[in-house]
Design a binder for this molecule. Structure first.
Ligand code: ATP
Length: 605
């Protein structure tokens, strides 16, 4: 690729790949593009635009669809209430014209851009595009972002700008997997990426397709793609899969998967998506310096929040808030706590090729655990398949299916997320999900009785379900007295999965005549619905009146969560629609009081 290769050349390749049905053809088109238009030294310049989700050289743009919509409106100088501006803001919903494109932001934007941009290519080069994207990622204020978007619009036509938008949103929808791109690029590309998470390095090291690269090991300071767990349906299936192996059972913690890379005084916290979470430094670096004895090492584990007043891990979701409190020096009974369940590197050597059993020993000698701050998850002795009471980090050797059953039951009773079973003889393999680790979760166990809740609102879907309501806001009834008709409905949770396409279509068709657009913030919600108006709750449409609505039976992970998003005091994690209760009249909806009693009786807080 010369400095001046036009982005339009890449756009032709994208269009072609997207249209082609066959994976082999898509791959060979990509290869041809590299061979024809790219010099090996420019591979990164091109590949980072094809796999934008893996590019860590540029920071985040801070532009998800809704912000991007409002910036594009300003970049195009449109008035906020013009039909095209509304089309962009309501990209999920569509309308008479956007119908077919609803749910696909880039396509809706193209429609709008086509009316404003010329047909001819704007002449943008790949080099210029990368420079503008660098600036877009660096810019901290909105006017700057708008001005860069305006430059991009000036230098492209609508078709080109569509792909620029998809690059910014980091989803090209080419129908070509990351694996295929890597395989076509170089036979060693995926392996090298897995152990470095560095796209630039992969493109620079693997310039000759026929020159094989010596297998590279992991390094301190470079994120590694995590070993993953395969999901199994029940304890029996898990036990069968690990037949004859020595197995450890561990609690599945519900936090952030984080790799800690310690290199002397330098500590990095890499997430699953290889983002360096420096916000954990304030709360964690000291304890790591004091209690991780190895000077250089990589720990694998979960970052959680420990609540010292309750003496247990806090609910999922407060990591960022507690990291910020630690940074601001605020006093709190909650603190970050890292649970290390594996070790990948010690001293000057990678240890991922050693067995898990050996790695547990290394973990024991590399870390001095401190309760509620830095824990290690290694099997405790004894044949008893019960964790010691009050022990937050529990790991036991399984000797029989019965042991697994008991352990799982205990986890379910404790309302933990699930268990992970691991082959003690296994190596740790980057990006592997082949079954060395198995996860078993108690999802979708009925919360004692059915939860029959009323649909009070709807949300438009995206992608395949763009332009149609695809999720529902459901509510619990509020009755003045037991056995009376409800007066109001209290928003409770948002649910979308569980029904087949046909079942979902049937509910949507039935309710469609009663959908009323929620014109937030101009119009208030209907008075018979109590809502919070939290942006995560806010539906796109309301059901005109409860009498017209339909009851859904929902199931969920057995745990309930305290809710600030919805008006009811508790909500559900991972709710799922079990069935539609056309047979049940609207007023038989579960009421708030009965639900709270249900939560308390099952201690589901
Ligand atoms: P999930 O949503 O179930 O966490 P996932 O796709 O994020 O799935 P998986 O690899 O399938 O990740 O499941 C394992 C995940 O569980 C790890 O990524 C990690 O974040 C978490 N986890 C919690 N406790 C453990 C543990 N003891 N051992 C391994 N992983 C654990």
């Amino acid at each position: 690729m010369t400095e001046e290769t036009k982005f339009s050349v890449m756009v032709s390749m994208f269009d072609w790949i997207q249209k082609s049905k066959y994976s082999a053809k898509k791959r060979s088109k990509f290869r041809k593009f590299l061979d024809t238009f790219c010099k090996p030294r420019d591979y990164f310049t091109a590949v980072r635009l094809i796999l934008p989700g893996l590019d860590r050289e540029r920071g985040s743009y801070g532009l998800k669809e809704s912000v991007l919509a409002s910036c594009l409106i300003d970049a195009l100088g449109m008035s906020r209430d013009s039909p095209d501006a509304l089309r962009l803001i309501n990209w999920r919903k569509g309308g008479a014209k956007t119908g077919a494109n609803a749910g696909n932001f880039a396509l809706v934007a193209t429609e709008v851009l086509q009316r404003r941009q010329g047909m001819a290519s704007g002449g943008l080069t790949i080099k210029e595009l990368n420079e503008l994207l660098d600036r877009l990622a660096c810019s901290e204020n909105r006017p700057e972002k708008i001005s860069i978007l305006a430059t991009l619009i000036k230098k492209t036509n609508a078709q080109e700008m569509k792909w620029v938008i998809m690059i910014i949103l980091k989803d090209l929808k080419l129908g070509l997997s990351e694996k295929s791109v890597f395989h076509e690029f170089h036979p060693d590309a995926e392996d090298l990426f897995n152990v470095t998470c560095d796209l630039k390095l992969v493109c620079e090291k693997l310039r000759g397709r026929h020159q094989r690269h010596k297998r590279q090991d992991i390094e301190v300071g470079k994120a590694v793609r995590p070993q993953l767990a395969m999901r199994v349906s029940d304890a029996q299936a898990a036990w069968k899969k690990l037949h004859g192996k020595e197995v450890v059972m561990e609690c599945k913690f519900d936090g952030d998967r984080i790799q800690i890379h310690k290199n002397g005084a330098e500590v990095h916290f890499f997430s699953r998506n290889f983002i360096d979470h420096s916000e954990y430094e304030h709360g964690m670096s000291d304890i790591i310096q004091q209690c991780v004895l190895a000077d250089r090492c990589i720990l694998d584990g979960e970052m959680l929040v420990w609540d010292s007043s309750l003496n247990r891990f806090a609910e999922f979701g407060s990591n960022q808030e507690i990291a910020k409190a630690a940074k601001d020096g605020l006093d709190s009974h909650k603190q970050l706590c890292y649970v290390a369940f594996d070790i990948l590197y010690v001293g000057d050597t990678s240890v991922i090729h050693q067995s898990l059993k050996e790695r547990h020993e290394l973990l024991r000698s590399a870390v001095n655990p401190v309760k509620g701050r830095l824990e290690i998850l290694v099997p405790s002795g004894g044949l008893n398949s019960h964790c010691p009471p009050g022990e937050p980090c529990c790991s036991l050797i399984a000797h029989s299916l019965d042991d697994v059953d008991k352990f799982f039951k205990q986890i379910v009773e404790n309302r933990d997320e699930g268990i992970v079973l691991k082959d003690l003889d296994s190596k740790w393999e980057p990006g592997d999900r082949s079954g060395k680790w198995l996860k078993l979760k108690p999802d979708y166990i009925r919360a004692g009785s059915d939860l029959d809740v009323l649909i009070i609102g709807g949300y438009y879907g995206s992608g395949r379900r763009g332009g149609e309501v695809a999720q529902f806001l459901v509510g619990l009834a509020e009755r003045p007295l037991a056995d009376t008709y409800p007066r109001r409905f209290i928003s409770f949770c948002r649910v979308g999965t569980g029904l087949s396409d046909d079942e979902l279509n049937a509910v949507v068709t039935k309710l469609k005549p009663y959908f009323r657009k929620y014109d937030y913030p101009k119009k208030a919600p209907p008075s018979f619905y109590q809502v919070t108006n939290n942006s995560k709750e806010r539906p796109d449409v309301w059901i005109e009146s409860p009498e017209k609505s339909v009851i859904l039976s929902i199931t969920s992970d057995i745990r309930t969560i305290r809710s600030e998003v919805f008006a009811a005091p508790y909500s559900l994690r991972f709710p799922r629609i079990d069935r539609v209760r056309y047979d049940k009249p609207w007023h038989e909806c579960l009421d708030v009081q009965s639900f709270i009693e249900l939560v308390h009786s099952s201690n589901g807080t």
